[in-house]
Design a protein around this ligand. Sequence first.
Ligand code: KG4
Ligand code: ZN
Length: 359
Amino acid sequence: MSTPAHILAIETSCDETAAAVVAGSEDILSSVVASQVKDHAVFGGVVPEIASRRHIELIEPVVSAALRQADLSLGDLGGIAVTQGPGLIGALLVGISYAKALAYGLDIPICGINHLEGHLCAARIGAELAYPHMGMVVSGGHTSLYVVRSETDITQIGQTIDDAAGEAFDKVAKLLNLGYPGGVIIEQVSRGVDHLALDLPRPMMNDDTFDFSFSGLKTAVLTLVQKSGIFEEPDLRFSGLPEAKKPRPGKEHLIPVIAAAFQAAVVDVLVTKALRAVREYGMGMLVVSGGVASNTALREALKGKTSEEGIRLVIPDRKYCTDNAAMIGIASIRHFMDGRHADLDMNAVSRWSSITGKH
Ligand code: KG4
Ligand code: ZN
């Protein structure tokens, strides 16, 4: 089977409405991401119903912008790639329905792509990958390690048993009253702060599995916030709603100290486990992707450790670490080449047990 010259890729699994045009040669002709962060920030996290509604409003303008930036029109497309799962069902369905309608109307093939395969394939943008390699996805929904033997043979060897790393960043930012989304803000407030001033637990870091756990770390932060009385108790007498938390005078300085110690603990766990997996499986290359992989402290720590051990490290450009459609387009190329097209009865998948297996 041949790969279409131009593929339109669509990603709507969570709170970014994204479209990209990717050439069969793997060049990214355009990548447009409309973030819904502002719509969800007041709620301190993604509200699925709001995400679906915003995708409906944004999908058409985002796809049009992607085509315009690639200087192409619908008639130039030879295939459509769309995220099929895992993700929020209502959100996924917006992208899938739009993609199916386009594929039907244009009479071109469509491929349903696993979002995590997309994250792993983002590393192919601007880098040549060697196989086999160790892959790690660290995002708001996942923290997993994969043995990537080939583009079509990906086996998960570990995952989080509770919160994902990005979810922990978001929850801790909320505990520290830093706002949403937490990852970027924690990175900002931690900059230049001595992370050794406080020692936080590193759950499961040295056990003999490749699984992760971050909820204990989040609880440790909660306990610390409560014990040190950083915030004034909200006054519930009048509105019945919690007022914005105010730090007690003289306690504000603890917020960046806790943020930096938390970030250091997450980075330590991720780097330790990833490197141990690389060693145990005798890999020469580590690929790290997903929203948390845009974190500078993590990128620097991974760079340092892998270069010490002579391991090749590939981390995508920051804009391809967080959710985007270019990664879905890149992942789809292999599907088109192998003729792994979806039927028009393709449905959204909220959980997907094996990336290269049947969901
Ligand atoms: O991959 P992604 O965009 O969406 C999912 O598939 O989940 O990842 C989003 C997650 C959020 O939890 C966000 O807080 C985290 O990635 N994140 C970061 C940074 N940028 C985004 N975490 C730490 N440091 C960052 N700079
Ligand atoms: Zn993602």
